[in-house]
Write a protein that binds this ligand. Structure first.
Ligand SMILES: *Cc1c(COP(=O)(O)O)cnc(C)c1O
Length: 223
């Protein structure tokens, strides 16, 4: 199956309101262009340097989404063009994104990444840490960063009940933030959850953005 066929298949399975981020990390320019020629415009990368190099070589109308843990010293590489950063997991990172966005005279949309898995290795915030970042943003007038929703990664397991519970918890956190901080802000509307192995469960639990790599581009040979 070609990349194009994979995309067509997925589009048929996804609700029309679900945004598809084609996760192109480690994949070459040619693969991305194949997806682009099939109509895909949203791509996700997890390394700032890779995203910047690919951005320089590829069409301007691509929406670039950053999906990995980001070191603060890398924000400046993508601040001029990134569309959505899915992975704000500290106040320090939020401050740096705000600073670099201001330098570029823009506002950068971001998601608050929650820790929902039972694995130590997955980055992410607790509910109270998220509230702390939102409050800091307000008190420090961090007007060049805008939170438009939440993101989370479920545990890597074949226990579908556990995955469903974890995504359900992310949905609950989203609803609580919406009700307490963003009830009058329509832009706070995104729940980024679901990868190749668990996107169907994520959609059942209310995902608005799925991040799919393997199902589009095939297996990665390295991380
Ligand atoms: C790699 C990655 C994905 C895509 O994973 P697949 O299993 O290949 O679909 C999604 N989200 C994040 C944060 C990733 O790092």
């Amino acid at each position: 199956m070609s990349i194009k066929d994979n995309l067509i298949n997925l589009k048929n399975k996804l609700p029309s309101t679900t945004k598809l981020v084609a996760v192109s990390k480690t994949k070459p320019i040619e693969d991305i262009m194949e997806a682009y020629d099939a109509g895909q415009r949203v791509f996700g990368e997890n390394k700032a340097q890779d995203m910047a190099s690919k951005h320089a070589l590829l069409p301007e109308d691509i929406e670039w989404h950053f999906i990995g843990h980001m070191q603060t010293n890398k924000v400046k590489l993508i601040a001029p063009f990134v569309s959505l950063i899915h992975s704000v997991d500290s106040l320090k990172l939020a401050k740096e994104i705000n600073k670099q966005a201001e330098k570029n005279n823009r506002t950068i949309d971001c998601l608050l990444q929650f820790h929902i898995a039972d694995e130590e290795t997955k980055f992410g915030l607790s509910y109270n840490e998220a509230i702390d970042i939102i409050q800091n943003k307000a008190t420090n007038n961090m007007d060049n960063i805008r939170f438009v929703g939440v993101m989370g990664m479920a545990t890597f397991t074949d226990d579908n009940i556990q995955i469903k519970t974890e995504f359900g918890n992310l949905l609950k956190s989203f609803n609580k933030l919406k009700a307490t901080c963003y009830s009058t802000y329509d832009y706070f509307e995104e729940i980024s959850m679901g990868m190749s192995g668990d996107y169907k469960i994520a959609i059942e639990e209310g995902s608005t953005i799925v991040r799919l790599g393997t199902l589009i581009f095939g297996e990665r040979t390295h991380i």
